[in-house]
Write a protein that binds this ligand. Structure first.
Ligand code: GS8
Length: 219
């Protein structure tokens, strides 16, 4: 059966990057549709009427929403190569736990860093740094979060790498100096074409974040 796969995307979205990496890992051909988030397409509103957010994966006409859910769907649908979640139920639960932590702590504090100022900014800065340290501790000396191979936690976190420069600039911090193992891990992931092709230039992200700071009025 011929497959129809479409991704509703926004270039700077770390959530959408997760899906692009997973699709590339599995070698799935798909159509990428860039959304204008200020003027959302009727297709996006129809496919994700609840959250009205990207990414949305449309597989043979059916929508799948929420990035971690999409990555799991991709893993289960295109089972053959590059499994992302481990087979063992306990290890699967651990992988999902860390992906949830990345969503609720890393992405949240990172996003709030450049949207806040004053006391709230200082609070977010501490949260951002602490969360990266926790992640570095969890990585330990393993090449990837799940062990020897690139998996679900790696896909969940690696898009954040292209935001490090923007977040660091806002927090007056250096991830590279404070979390060297985490940066080594990120560089290891970037050696994979599925990752390097799915992440935009950090300088472009920085410029976008600076523009957003002006739009939300913190600068
Ligand atoms: C988050 C998606 C999201 O925030 C996921 O897919 O994991 N929990 C979801 N998408 C943003 C773009 S990235 O910042 C979005 O679509 N925003 C549009 C809006 O809020 O109107």
């Amino acid at each position: 059966m011929s497959e129809e796969v479409t991704l509703l995307d926004f270039w700077a979205s770390p959530y959408a990057m997760r899906c692009k990496i997973a699709l590339a890992e599995k070698g799935v051909n798909y159509e990428n549709k860039e959304e204008n988030l200020k003027r959302k397409s009727p297709l996006l509103l129809q496919m994700n009427p609840v959250h009205k957010k990207v990414p949305v994966l449309i597989h043979n006409g059916k929508p799948i929403c929420e990035s971690l859910n999409i990555v799991q769907y991709i893993d289960e649908t295109w089972k053959g190569n590059s499994p992302l979640l481990p087979a063992d139920p306990y290890q699967r639960a651990q992988a999902r736990f860390w992906a949830d932590f990345i969503d609720k702590k890393a992405f949240e504090s990172g996003a709030k860093l450049w949207k806040t100022k004053g006391e709230e900014h200082e609070k977010m800065k501490l949260e951002y740094i602490e969360c990266l340290k926790v992640l570095e501790g969890e990585l330990g000396d393993k090449p990837y979060f799940g062990g020897e191979s690139f998996g679900f936690e790696d896909v969940s976190l690696i898009p954040f790498y292209c935001w490090f420069y923007a977040c660091d600039s806002c927090a007056n911090f250096s991830v590279e100096a404070s979390c060297p193992k985490l940066v080594c891990w990120a560089k290891r992931c970037m050696e994979k074409e599925s990752v390097s092709k799915s992440l935009p230039d950090p300088q472009k992200i920085y410029e976008y974040a600076m523009h957003l700071r002006k739009v939300v009025g913190v600068e």
